[in-house]
Design a protein around this ligand. Structure first.
Ligand code: BEZ
Length: 208
């Protein structure tokens, strides 16, 4: 069954390039991002892992741990990580899960047989501190993901979790945000003084 937003992110124990990973234990109280790529030693994946490695300090600043997964072996992950460092200018310091038996891929529905019988597609699962799935993305093998966008949606999710605020289309850090319907007018006046009512259902305020 497809994992959906709000579902518990399944726990697993798997080998990684740097040793055994107990997923829920490793996540602890942090946010987490689990993302799959089709294969080591392929061009688009090399650029993606480089992009994720460059942004890892930004994810860490948001109390978010990231982990990559593919059906390649831990040995291949370790060798490929050297290529990534040399060609992308960034060291992969996050876990690279070696899912040779496809158990993680099956648990998370990362293999889409009509795309490929053997390789994972490019999935992203953002997981909250409650271990529930907050966001999913699926890209085909031919399209590299925008990791700045993944950071942007993480900012939006964390804003919602902390302040009952939502983010409008194309929102970027520092721009106005949306007060959700869960906040009454009385409460909005106290929590977001000076907020703007464009329509009763469209209320905007500065980002806290
Ligand atoms: C790539 O990363 O370039 C790639 C991987 C698998 C299939 C197609 C492209």
């Amino acid at each position: 069954m497809t994992l959906q937003i709000g579902d518990l992110a399944p726990d697993f124990t798997a080998e990684s390039a740097t040793g055994e990973l107990r997923f829920h234990e490793w996540l602890g109280e942090s946010w987490g991002i689990l993302f799959s790529h089709p294969a080591d030693f392929t061009p688009v994946c090399t650029t993606e892992l480089g992009a994720a490695a460059r942004l890892e300090p930004e994810f860490a600043r948001r109390d978010t741990k990231i982990a990559a997964v593919s059906v390649d072996s831990a040995k291949n992950h370790r060798t490929w990580a050297k290529d990534i460092a040399e060609t992308q200018g960034a060291q992969v310091n996050f876990p690279m899960i070696a899912d040779s038996d496809r158990s993680v891929a099956d648990l998370y529905g990362m293999i889409h047989p009509n795309a490929s019988d053997t390789a994972t597609v490019r999935t992203v699962f953002v997981i909250g501190p409650d271990k529930k799935i907050k966001l999913t993305m699926t890209y085909p093998a031919s399209t590299g993901r925008n990791f700045a966008e993944i950071l942007r949606v993480l900012d939006s999710l964390q804003l919602t979790a902390q302040h009952q605020l939502a983010t409008p289309a194309d929102w970027q850090q520092g721009q106005e945000v949306v007060i959700t319907a869960a906040v009454s007018e009385e409460e909005a006046a106290i929590r977001f003084p000076g907020y703007r009512t464009v329509r009763p259902y469209l209320r905007l305020t500065d980002q806290p």
